[in-house]
Design a protein around this ligand. Sequence first.
Ligand SMILES: Cc1ncc(COP(=O)(O)O)c(C=O)c1O
Ligand SMILES: N[C@@H](CCOP(=O)(O)O)C(=O)O
Length: 466
Amino acid sequence: MRYVSTRGQAPVRDFSSVLLAGLAEDGGLYLPETWPVLTAGDWRALRGLPYPELAARIIAPYAEGSIPFDVLRHLCREAYASFDHAAIVPLTQVEDGLFVQELFHGPTLAFKDMAMQLLGRLFDHVLEQRDEHVTIVGATSGDTGSAAIEACRGRARLKIVILHPEGRTSDVQRRQMTTVLEPNVTNLAVQGTFDDCQDLVKAMFADAPFRQDMRLSAVNSINWARIAAQIPYYVYAALALGAPDHEVSFAVPTGNFGNVLAAWAARRMGLPIRALCVGSNRNDILTRFLHDNDMSVHGVVPSLSPSMDIQVSSNFERLLFELLNRDAAACARIMTGFRQTGRMEVPDAVWRQAAGLFHGLALDDAATKTEIQHLNDASLYLADPHSAIGIAAGRMFREPGIPMVAMATAHPAKFPDAMEQATGIRPALPKRLGDLFDRPERYDVVSARLEAVEDKVRAAVLKNFA
Ligand SMILES: Cc1ncc(COP(=O)(O)O)c(C=O)c1O
Ligand SMILES: N[C@@H](CCOP(=O)(O)O)C(=O)O
C-alpha cells in the first residue's frame, strides 16, 4: 500500500516509511492511496477469530508490500499476549441496546496500548531490517505517553522523548511515565497545555535540519500506523453483534479524533457502521463544529477527563482531506488558515457532510459525574470519566434495533480522585502497579518554547546514541 499526504507536497511512501516518518514533510498527515474494501463474505470469514489473528488480517492490506503477513501475524500475537483479559477487547452490555467495549486491558490501562504494543514491535522490525535508529518525540495529555514509553522502553534502536503538560495529567498517569527509568526514555513536563505539547512536536518536525539530525519519528495518532492498529477492535465488536448482516453504531470519547477516525476507516472498508458518535468534555471544539460549523479554538480548560483536554484535533485533517475529495491544495489552505487564525473555515457543503457522518455530545464535569454515578447505580458498571462521556453519547444517539457500542478507553483506577468524587469508590490499581506511588520519578520541567525543548531532545539523543 502506498500513502499520500493530506497536503500533497510530500513524497508518496510505503507503510514502513510512513511508520518511520510519522508526520509528512509538508506538515500533512499520511493516508492510504486507496481504501481496501472487504465484501460481506470477507467479513463473515473473520467471525470468531482470536483478536490477534483478526488484527493481523485487518492491518495486512495497509502493510502490504512492507511487512510480510507472517511477520505481522507474529507481531500481533506478541503485542496482545500481555493483555490482562482473554478476549483482549471484551464487550459488556450495560443497557438495552447499549454495549461497552473495554479497550483498557493492556499494560498501561488505556486504549493506547492497543496500537502502541504493536507499534513498538513494528518499529523494532523495520529499524532492524534497515539497520537504523530513530528518536520518537510524542505529546501526551496523559495516556499516549505511558503507552508509548511502555512499548519502547529498553529497545536498542529507539530513543523516546515524551512531552506532557505539567500538572494537567492525573498523578497515576504522570507516574506511569516518569517512573520508567530506562536510559532510552526521557520525560519532559512542559509549562503549557496538551495543545502546546502537540504544537511543539509538530514544530520539531517542521524544523527540517533538526528533524533529520535527530532522526525524528512519531507515535501520536498523526502516525498512520496508530490509526491502522485501532481499526481491528471496531471490526471485532461489529462482527460479534451481527455484522455484516446487521448494522452497528459506535460512540467514542474524543480528543485528537484518532480513535473515531479508525471507526470511520472501518466504515470505508465496508463494515456496516450506521452511526458514529463523538463525546467531548468542556473542550468541545468538535461538538461545536458538528452542531454549528464552529471550529474555533478556545483556551484548553482542565477537566475530570484530562486526556481529552484538547482543542486542536490533529486527525480532523484526514477527514477534511477526504471530504474535500482529496483536494490537497484546498486542505493545505484550510489548515494553514486554521493555524494562523485559530478558526477553521470549512466550506458549508463539507460541514454538512461531516455533520451527517458524526453525531456529537459534550458533557461538562458535573454531567460526567452524574453519568458515572448513573452507570454505577443502574448497571453496576464503573466507567472512568472518558469512557462515561462516550457511553452518554452512545445512549443519546442509540436507535431501536441497532446495537450501540461505546468505547471504554481507560481503566477507572487511572483517575481515582474523579472516581471518588463521583461514586465514593477509589478503584485499585492492578497488583503489578501496586507500588507505583513508591517508585522514584525522573522528569525535567521545560518552558513551552521550541528552542528549549529542542535542546532537551538533543541532549537526550546525544546521551544515548553517542
Ligand atoms: C482515555 C482516553 N479517552 C479518549 C481519548 C481521546 O481519543 P482520541 O484522541 O483518539 O480522540 C484519549 C486520548 O486520546 C484518552 O486517553
Ligand atoms: N489523549 C491523548 C492525546 C494524544 O492523542 P494521540 O492519540 O494522538 O496520541 C493522550 O492521552 O496522550
